[in-house]
Ligand binder design. Structure first.
Ligand SMILES: NC(=O)C1=CN([C@@H]2O[C@H](COP(=O)(O)OP(=O)(O)OC[C@H]3O[C@@H](n4cnc5c(N)ncnc54)[C@H](OP(=O)(O)O)[C@@H]3O)[C@@H](O)[C@H]2O)C=CC1
Ligand SMILES: O=C(O)CCC(=O)C(=O)O
Ligand SMILES: [Mg+2]
Length: 417
């Protein structure tokens, strides 16, 4: 029984088989969260573009039955002032298997913890998948932006995002600091009386399931390398563990062999016979290398915080966060979402680029096996950009562009289907 969610009567559930493949009916019910801030602008445009692509691709034989579910500010309006993430939203997203969400606001410092992180953790959506590719004509700060073609596998369930931290001078922080100094022999907390304390859990199991997905993706998509990005020189057991467990998994499960004594290793892609190199890079060096030598990187596997930084940085290289898509996935449940946030200064102005959420929906259609509709979204995005009728973020950097609104860009895409 659902309280405030209206289940469409003209749709059916997507179900999952034992091997995690999907059974997708012709009218699947897809839960969506509108999102805070610019969610109110981009989510309706995404739905309109997706509906148009599906109608065009399947001539009315297939149709999405959208089902609104609530989180964030809208949830507090529907369920009551303190209900930011109602249990029925989690239940429905789990039960209906494939969903999509707009961005949700997280206050800095105090206030509620991130609802985005809560959704990932509650549903154990341990892979944050963020492909980064260049669309011809998009203004970029790089001379050769087409050389940036990477797919980020960001660990989504642990690291400092676990939210284990205590405010400076709180009884809890004092207790932890006392324990560390008295029982663990820690002498290196520079200002123990005024330190806030955070804990960063990184596990072998969490690392292995993420790295396994990244390696399998490289096999399935004929990619030349997987790079483990970490800061293991400083955080030896957490980020260093990520690197070591990742290499060990590549050797144990994919038959990788050491290159020149290691730690790099490589294995033959069983589908193509080509080499897949498994390498690693320390995160700070990696951030300069992706600018200077992006062509050397393909699939990236990294921890939660590094993945957050790297995904915005790579998005900027190919023209900005306005067209950076993503997905949060477990083995069975997938929730698609843009990489960017709620951009509150633009909220409700029909102004921002809806491209990130539309391309997240494109990933969703492909995940459902609706490749014809997904292909239409990509080709219409390419044509819309080539026509130079684009939102402010591209228009301000593109010569001869005509600026259109958020909904206007959706309409340009639909005209180009
Ligand atoms: N998954 C999620 O739901 C996420 C939520 N957040 C949350 O969003 C809130 C705001 O975060 P903030 O750090 O400002 O980051 P945002 O990603 O919301 O915005 C940063 C800048 O990115 C650009 N931008 C964002 N969205 C678009 C778009 N659709 N089209 C074009 N440009 C865009 C704008 O640049 P310019 O000013 O140059 O125009 C904007 O000022 C925070 O509460 C944060 O926690 C953040 C990231 C992800
Ligand atoms: O949860 C948030 O508010 C921010 C999340 C974020 O930046 C991301 O997932 O990329
Ligand atoms: Mg981020």
């Amino acid at each position: 029984m659902v309280q405030h969610i209206k289940v469409p009567t003209d749709g059916q559930k997507i179900t999952v088989n034992a091997d995690f493949s999907l059974n997708v009916p012709d009218q699947p019910i897809i839960p969506f969260i509108e999102g805070d801030g610019t969610g109110v602008d981009i989510t309706p445009v995404m739905r309109k573009v997706v509906d148009a692509a599906v109608a065009k691709a399947y001539g009315g034989d297939r149709k999405i039955a959208w089902m609104e579910v609530f989180a964030g500010e809208k949830s507090t309006q529907v369920y009551g002032p303190d209900v930011w993430l109602p249990p029925e939203t989690l239940d429905v997203v789990r039960e209906y298997v494939v969903s999509i969400k707009g961005p949700l606001t997280t206050p800095v410092g105090g206030g509620i913890r991130s609802l985005n992180v809560a959704l990932r953790q509650e549903l154990d959506l341990y892979v944050c998948l963020r492909p980064v590719r260049y669309f011809n004509g998009v203004p970029s700060p790089l001379r050769e932006p087409h050389k940036t073609d990477m797919v980020i596998f960001r660990e989504n369930s642990e690291d400092i995002y676990a939210g284990i931290e205590w405010a400076a001078e709180s009884p809890e922080a004092k207790k932890v600091i006392d324990f560390l100094t008295r029982e663990m022999g820690v002498r290196k907390i520079r200002f123990p009386d005024t330190s806030a304390i955070g804990i960063k859990p990184v596990s072998r199991e969490g690392t292995e399931r993420l790295v396994r997905k990244a390696l399998q993706y490289a096999v399935d998509n004929d990619k030349p390398s997987v790079t483990l990005v970490h800061k293991g020189n400083i955080m030896k057991y957490t980020e260093g563990g990520f690197r070591d467990w990742g290499y060990a998994l590549a050797q144990r499960e994919f038959g990788a062999e050491l290159v020149d004594g290691g730690p790099w290793c490589k294995f033959k892609n069983p589908r193509t016979g080509k080499d897949i190199v498994v390498k690693d890079s320390i995160a700070d060096a990696f951030l300069q290398q992706i600018l200077l030598r992006p062509a050397e990187y393909s699939v990236i596997a990294t921890l939660n915080l590094n993945g957050d930084y790297v995904s915005d940085a790579l998005a900027a290289q190919v023209g900005g966060i306005g067209i950076a898509p993503g997905a949060n996935m477990s083995d069975s449940v997938a929730m698609f979402e843009a990489t960017h946030g709620t951009a509150p200064k633009y909220a409700g102005k029909d102004y921002v680029n809806p491209g990130s959420l539309i391309l997240s929906a494109e990933m969703m259609l492909r995940h459902m096996g609706w490749t014809e509709a997904a292909d239409l979204i990509i080709s219409s995005m390419e044509r819309a950009i080539a026509s130079k009728r684009v939102t402010y973020d591209f228009a301000r950097l593109m010569e001869g562009a005509t600026q259109v609104s958020c909904s206007g860009f959706g309409d340009v895409m639909i005209e180009n289907m």
